[in-house]
Design a protein. Sequence first.
Length: 458
Amino acid sequence: MCARVRPSASWDNALDLMQFVPMFGNFAYMIIAFVVALSVIVAIHEYGHYIVGRWCGIHADVFSLGFGPVIYSRTDKRGTQWQVAALPLGGYVKFLGDANAASVGSDGTVSAVDARRTMLGAPLWARVATVAAGPIFNFILAIAIFAGSIMHQGRAVTPVTFGELRELPPSYTTDLQPGDVFVAVEGMLWDNPDREGNLIDALPLEERLDYQVLRDGQEITVAGPYLMPTAVASVSPRSAADDADIKVNDVIMAVDGQPIFAFPQLQELVLAAQGAPLELTLWRDGEELTVTLEPRATDEPRPGGTFETVYRIGITGQLFFAAQTEAIGPMEAIQLGAEGLWNTVTTSLSALKHILFGQISTCNLSGPVGIAETSGSMAEQGAQSFIWFIGALSAAVGLINLFPIPVLDGGHLMFYVYEAVARRKPSDRAVQVFMFVGLALILSLMSFTILNDTVLCP
């Protein structure tokens, strides 16, 4: 069971009504973020089905965002009803002649003349393209978001050039100036941004370091703080740090009263605790506060598709300065975005395989509750983090929908593969049985993930 983390401040046991106001506000914020993220992903997914189906000559009767009672609807000039329903937990496209939203069976109302405009009456290639379009559009959305994020952030120029000092406590001072080009740190060459990790591993753990830089064409040595202080660059959703309300740009000044100044020091103390509670002293906006948390065993991906279980609190570090950046062109950004999608998909498949074989914890599997909590956490970290999360979730939704499980798009594609090989469609009875089994499997998995999120790994 994952440990629950709480702030160290004591709470009054009295039932003060005002205590529930921020709780309700956070809950509402989480729900809104979840609905926004899911609605964007579902809309793109279903629009893929709709538009490719239209291109293939298949008519859509209904395009619905959500299920249940209809809140708003309108019918376009092609006769498609566009609607928003009350339950924003998915969506569907109902094509002409479909017996239901899952495009299983015929409603028996379509004439032979209009059969070609139905999903069941369309050629095999048209049905394959229409069904596959949903996941593909999810992948396209993920690539677009990743590429957009990369273009927005830019990349550090080579050689690395000082931009500005980050927001840090007053003790973090430097003689570096904007435009200084880094040559070396403590005599170790720093000629490209990718060397950052190797430098940090090799640097002495000292509060002040010597930086060799080029300034106005001359190489000089100036003093500055440790390269990677204990400033928080990001907080992992549903982590110990997230539950302890640690924020981006917080600076961890001490652990159990022991002053620290370098991120490697924090990592060593977290690993050494082996899950025991730690008291962290934080600097935030000029004030100090204290929180208590318990590091959690975390399964982290490693090269080669393996995983390693280590104790983490769920934060990443950052350099004490922001480097100067340069723009990245659209084509290169798209390529990097596609690489990001590939990494997301392969890592997800590897994690799923390790879960199935019992090599890593099922706590790595999240359901609706976990996704909702993650949505709220990422939204709190800012628009850029939230949009990136939508891209990652879109990639995951596209991947899951390709699993060969009846009810999902992959299940429909499995039926089409059978049809292509056997030269005939599977019987209605066989389709119904497989759909029932697939629905039972999906509901069972969803029930397990909800239990996972709320009881087993809260």
